[in-house]
Design a protein around this ligand. Structure first.
Ligand code: COA
Length: 387
């Protein structure tokens, strides 16, 4: 197996981007990543996307985007794993380069969620759940997470405002990210008076509905110097990659308060990279809802069961803390264009590991982890990157 490196990154701002179509967004991110790497061709495009079929009436998206980018005769495919589509595409791209099937691979993530009305977007997102046993009964995606959060608060005796620190940290970091959807810090008061979406989740616990695209250029590590000579940014190596699944329906889990797939995939990447959680300089976790941030910290070895929420209040997760999370705003503040999110996370880890994260730079960052979750913990893809 060959070692794989990222030599180019690109991203569009995240937001309600009504002036650009899905293909234009993808083109913007992909052309930026290719210019960043200084490459003019690719052997393959793997595109993470979840909702193009249900919201845009457009499948066959990999080839559509490849065509629009001017690629002909290359391999192109959409990769779908609900909200984990972006990281799933990255993993497939990395496997393609590692195996020797391809040398130059573009991995992109694309989602356009705001061209439809809210109820259709909510119904589209619910397709990440089990259609027959969850969605059919009318439970939305926010609703499922609300049930998990309610149970967590009951089991571990957690107060309602315990999660505010995750939101405040995310918005603090998003304020310095020009690509973030929300660029304003928020206060505890803002959190406390936020309208409730599904009890106990309020709008400040929840990532937004938004559009965005991000892209990466992958090559064998032994080629990386060729692309980064005279380049402002060095290459970043993919040190470890793993994916694990859990039951699709939350009610089928032995313990709905433990992200078993996160545990399994992070144990695998720690083994592959020969490190443990304490060696990481930052962790881009999947804070689609604040409860997922708490559960992610627990399953990946940063906090004990039932205690992940305590890290939100301890300053441990800030840029100068023990384990900085959501360093460019996370899903909450940068935004969560679902199938693109895993690629945004990788782009941001590359920024951190190449010293180009601006005001949010984590000092001397060398090792970063990103974790992307599809469904309520059903598909979890984890990567460790090294400078
Ligand atoms: N955080 C902070 N502010 C938010 C926000 C969020 N998550 N979502 C919307 N807003 C703001 C908007 O910017 C807007 O502000 P303005 O009035 O100053 O312009 C206002 O709230 C209303 O926005 P709107 O788009 O009408 O919100 P909405 O009520 O339609 O949607 C949610 C809000 C939370 C219901 C929606 O974002 C949602 O469903 N999120 C979850 C998405 C999801 O499940 N993703 C998959 C997770 S894995």
């Amino acid at each position: 197996m060959r070692s794989v490196s990222i030599v180019g990154i690109g991203q569009t701002p995240v937001g309600e981007l009504w002036d650009r179509s899905a293909r234009q967004l993808a083109y913007q991110a992909i052309s930026a990543a290719m210019a960043d790497a200084g490459v003019e061709r690719a052997d393959a495009l793997f595109l993470g996307n979840m909702l193009s079929g249900s919201l845009l009436d457009q499948e066959h998206l990999g080839t559509l985007v490849a065509d629009f980018c001017g690629f002909h005769g290359i391999e192109a495919a959409k990769i779908e794993a609900a909200c984990a589509s972006g990281a799933a595409a990255l993993r497939i791209g990395a496997m393609a380069v590692a195996s020797g099937f391809h040398d130059i691979v573009i991995v992109a993530g694309l989602e356009k969620m705001t061209d439809t009305v809210g109820k259709d977007t909510t119904a589209g997102l619910a397709t990440a759940a089990d259609a027959e046993y969850e969605a059919l009964h009318g439970v939305s995606f926010v609703g499922l997470n609300a049930l998990i959060m309610q149970r967590y608060m009951y089991e571990f005796d957690v107060p309602l405002d315990a999660f505010a620190g995750f939101t405040m940290n995310a918005h603090q970091n998003g304020a310095n990210n020009p690509h973030a959807m929300f660029q304003e810090p928020i206060t505890l008061q803002d959190y406390l008076k936020a309208p409730v979406v599904a009890t106990p989740i309020n709008i400040m616990d929840s990532s937004p509905v938004c559009d965005g695209a991000a892209a990466l250029v992958l090559v064998p590590t032994e080629w990386a110097k060729r692309f980064t000579t005279g380049h402002h940014r060095g290459a970043v190596q993919i040190l470890a990659s793993a994916s694990a699944n859990d039951t699709l329906a939350v009610h089928d889990r032995r313990d709905p308060l433990f992200l078993e797939a996160a545990y399994i995939s992070s144990q695998k990447v720690y083994r592959q990279a020969g490190i443990g959680p304490d060696d990481l300089d930052l962790f881009e976790l999947h804070d689609a809802f604040t409860i997922m941030a708490a559960l992610g910290l627990e399953a990946n070895g940063f906090a004990r069961r039932g205690e992940g929420w305590r890290m939100a209040h301890s300053g441990e997760i800030g840029i100068g803390g023990r384990i900085p999370i959501s360093t460019m705003g996370g899903l909450k503040s940068r935004g969560h264009p679902v199938g693109a999110t895993g690629v945004y996370q990788a782009v941001e880890v590359v920024q951190q590991l190449t010293g180009t994260a601006g005001a949010n730079q984590v000092r001397d960052a060398r090792l970063g982890m990103a974790q992307n979750i599809g469904g309520s913990g059903a598909t979890i893809v984890t990567h460790i990157f090294g400078s």
